[in-house]
Design a protein around this ligand. Sequence first.
Ligand SMILES: C[S@@+](CC[C@H](N)C(=O)[O-])C[C@H]1O[C@@H](n2cnc3c(N)ncnc32)[C@H](O)[C@@H]1O
Length: 269
Amino acid sequence: MSNSDIKEAVREKYSQAALRVSIGRSSCCGTSADCCSPITSNLYEPGETGGLPEDAVLASLGCGNPTALAELKPGETVLDLGSGGGIDVLLSARRVGSTGKAYGLDMTDEMLALARENQRKAGVRNVEFLKGEIENIPLPDNSVDVIISNCVINLSGDKDRVLREAFRVLKPGGRFAVSDVVTRGEVPAQLRQDMLLWVGCIAGALQESEYTAKLAQAGFEAIEIQPTRIYSIEDAREFLNRKGIDVDAIAPQVEGKFMSAFVRAVKPV
Ligand SMILES: C[S@@+](CC[C@H](N)C(=O)[O-])C[C@H]1O[C@@H](n2cnc3c(N)ncnc32)[C@H](O)[C@@H]1O
């Protein structure tokens, strides 16, 4: 799989997801919530998303709740890498208040249209959705206090570049506070090469130790990876079956190896 094949497949998948929400359905599949990936379910406390446009909540395709963990402060500038329908950007905008700003960055036109519509419905001014790729962030050096992201970096075919770009745009002392899927230990090569599993946030997940090494290589310090959910094969049985994977055959090699995690690091002062 080349990086450009990956990018096109990712764009196609998330363009379809955005269009499903625009016609009033759940983002993760056609008609019923039970065919959603277990990774994206029940991420936000019921009270937390109150007051957000329904479509922003329906479009949620993350694997964690980075704004709840990132300790955002009034006046800060936040950037969400791969902002999708905008749920975390709108939540961040509340936390940084009118003196702060929340940017969302996404490469998929349909997601950007949905996010901008959600911003309009929410009536918030301290938000801006930018079109672009997380491998080439369209913001100046040293301009952002906090980078958040929710289940996106695993989708990139060039994670070193994403982390270098994140480091570049953060101010000295700026925080990287990201939810992502990561793996613990070796995962079968058959899974790693499956495009459907890549675009479903599974095949491209980094191993914990690789993530730490890549963040350090980009220049980050105080790196921590904190699991938020560890998946058993039973969590994913239905989902993997639908993708044509022989679950019993791979079970011993994947049990407990995939997890959602909160990944944090700091750009040195
Ligand atoms: C799994 S969804 C997550 C969306 C959002 N963070 C959430 O929690 O709902 C992935 C999003 O990242 C975007 N994306 C994936 N790869 C990207 C890249 N290389 N550059 C910019 N956006 C990307 C997709 O268009 C999609 O909107």
